[in-house]
Ligand binder design. Structure first.
Ligand code: ADP
Ligand code: MG
Length: 235
């Protein structure tokens, strides 16, 4: 049991109106590991996160979370099994405070006794608990979204473009935060375009193109792989 990956997806496929946005993706994530999910715009990165996290049902394939079959489960079921995600475009409860936003997530999660303020602090939002979510800039909204996801107590965390739109001086902190979450035993799948950030944060990468995984390995190897180079130069 201990050996089973935190997340295992196999043959994951999702079509929209007959067009495959994901075509038979296999991927395993282990506890303690950060895997980067790369690929040009429209290659299916967000769709993969949406299908794994239960926003969309897969057309075919299987999702296992912490050794349990979670294929086709709704987002709440996946949260109970220990998986949550952040959104490329966060949608906080705008007229609630940061503390209230995290509190809602805590109540839907596995460790409802955690402290809102500690989670906000961890995500670089310490001292801002009384602000309304609508007053945050986009980088702060992304960190609030991460706080909301963490509040549910996930073992598997899918992070969709956290660093996009962050200021240069915020990136090191964000990288350190993600590495720390994995070092504490979580498994992370991180979608990001900024290569410096990907290099800092990830242990290995998977590259998607047109809904298929065309590469899995180190970032170093990816940058020398002719298929990967072609996809990024062609984009
Ligand atoms: P990425 O995150 O890699 O930029 P997406 O996963 O957002 O790419 O999109 C991949 C493809 O799936 C795109 O062609 C997009 O139009 C399509 N797609 C995603 N969601 C939907 C949807 N709800 N309905 C129709 N097509 C969709
Ligand atoms: Mg996307």
């Amino acid at each position: 049991m201990d050996d089973s990956p935190a997340l295992r997806i196999s043959g994951l496929t999702r079509s929209f109106g007959g067009l495959p946005a994901l075509a038979g993706v296999d991927l395993e994530l282990r506890r303690g590991e950060v895997v980067g999910l790369l690929g040009p715009n429209g290659s299916g990165k967000t769709t993969l996160i949406n299908v794994i996290s239960g926003v969309y049902r897969p057309t075919a394939g299987r999702v296992e979370v912490m050794g349990h079959d979670a294929t086709g489960s709704a987002p709440e079921g996946l949260v109970r099994l220990g998986l949550n995600r952040t959104f490329q475009t966060p949608r906080p409860f705008r007229t609630l405070t940061l503390r209230e936003n995290v509190s809602v997530a805590l109540r839907h999660g596995r460790n409802p006794g955690q402290s809102e303020d500690e989670i906000l602090q961890l995500c670089g939002l310490g001292g801002k608990g009384n602000l309304l979510a609508e007053s945050l800039n986009s980088s702060e909204q992304k960190r609030l979204d991460l706080a909301r996801a963490l509040a549910t107590g996930p073992d598997v965390l899918l992070v969709d473009e956290l660093a996009a739109g962050m200021r240069h001086d915020e990136l090191d902190g964000a990288a350190e935060l993600l590495r720390g979450l994995a070092a504490a035993g979580r498994a992370l799948l991180v979608v990001e375009h900024l290569m410096g950030f990907v290099r800092q944060v990830t242990h290995r990468v998977v590259v998607l193109n047109a809904g298929a995984a065309i590469f899995a390995g180190s970032l170093e190897e990816a940058s020398q792989d002719p298929r990967v180079v072609e996809v990024f130069l062609g984009a």
